[in-house]
Design a protein around this ligand. Structure first.
Ligand code: KG4
Length: 306
């Protein structure tokens, strides 16, 4: 079974060709460098880039693989930026029409839940999955390729978005997540962010407002803002919040496996703290932490198999 998998939900244009759950080829073009110029994602620009890049990628793949061998087209159909998703959808539909094959719509966030298994281990249900990226922050209980419960969802900003916005307020480079991670120092951590109830949804926009008010207060007092202290305190608070919720639901549902995914899963404090939990924690291999089309093809395979 050959699957072509398309990922265009945000700022990476990415296509993989898979045989069953194994990756044959992947081509990716990222708009991240272009976006650092604007300090964040500009949906209209990103959608146009996808339109350009997707053609470059398919022409390139066409020179390396006989595309008429493809049996299924899988694409990330939600959630994501409207214009970016639209490019992926039209492209997938065109391929499916041209080759007369079936389309599989894949939820991008659920694909992240499965990405930790790629190249590492057999999929085994049930498992918990915590996905924290630029657009999502959710904790899922996954019981099959098609069935899951979203135990905790985001109420406002996603965690990656909060890292990026706070990074921007602190004058760090975009994306803020890796920059905050780099300057994190546990000795500088202060208790400046609010504790949240264990069964509440994830909420990070209050932390952003708090950072803004701290910076404004420093400006009023003609004081220099302690950037490293605020960045470290935020990272510590946010990662502890994730860990507390995971511990709670792991016990509640007697879970043996946890997968983690999304760009924030490359955070070093997160990786350190999650490893200390008494459960099998599977992190994606580095190349599957960020948006990728391999995970779209991988989940498509498990969906077709089911
Ligand atoms: O999953 P992802 O690559 O794609 C989008 O959702 O766009 O996640 C990107 C997000 C960004 O917000 C970025 O700041 C965050 O992941 N991120 C991190 C780290 N590396 C990437 N956040 C915290 N610590 C990191 N080391």
């Amino acid at each position: 079974m050959i699957i072509i998998a398309i990922e265009t939900t945000c700022d990476d244009t990415c296509i993989s060709i898979m045989e069953q759950e194994n990756i044959i080829l992947t081509e990716r073009i990222s708009s991240e460098k272009l976006l650092s110029k604007y300090g964040g994602i500009v949906p209209e620009i990103v959608a146009r880039e996808h339109g350009k890049n997707i053609n470059l990628i398919i022409n390139n793949l066409n020179t390396k693989f006989d595309l008429s061998r493809i049996d299924f087209v899988a694409y990330a159909s939600e959630p994501g930026l409207a214009g970016s998703l639209h490019v992926g959808e039209i492209f997938a539909k065109t391929l499916a029409w041209y080759y007369g094959i079936e389309i599989i719509k894949i939820n991008h966030v659920i694909a992240h839940c499965f990405s930790a298994f790629i190249g590492q281990r057999e999929v085994e249900y049930p498992f918990l999955s915590l996905i924290a990226s630029g657009g999502s922050t959710s904790l899922y209980l996954i019981t099959s390729a098609e069935e899951r419960i979203e135990l905790v969802k985001k109420k406002d900003d996603a965690l990656g978005e909060a890292f990026d916005k706070i990074g921007k307020l602190l004058g760090l480079k975009y994306p803020g997540g890796p920059e905050i991670d780099k300057i994190y120092d546990s000795n500088l951590v202060q208790n400046i962010f609010k504790k949240q109830a264990i069964e509440s949804d994830f909420s990070f926009s209050g932390a952003k407002s708090k950072v803004k008010s701290l910076i404004d207060a420093d400006i009023r007092k003609h004081q220099t803002t302690n950037i490293a202290m605020i960045a470290s305190s935020f990272q510590d608070w946010a990662i502890n919040l994730l860990i507390e919720k995971i511990k709670y639901y792991q016990v509640k549902f007697d879970i043996k496996i946890i997968t983690i995914g999304g760009g924030v899963s490359s955070n070093s404090l997160w990786r350190e703290k999650i490893k200390a939990l008494n459960v099998e924690v599977i992190s994606p291999l580095k190349s599957y932490c960020c948006d990728n089309s391999e995970m779209i093809g991988f989940l498509a395979f498990h969906t077709i198999k089911k």
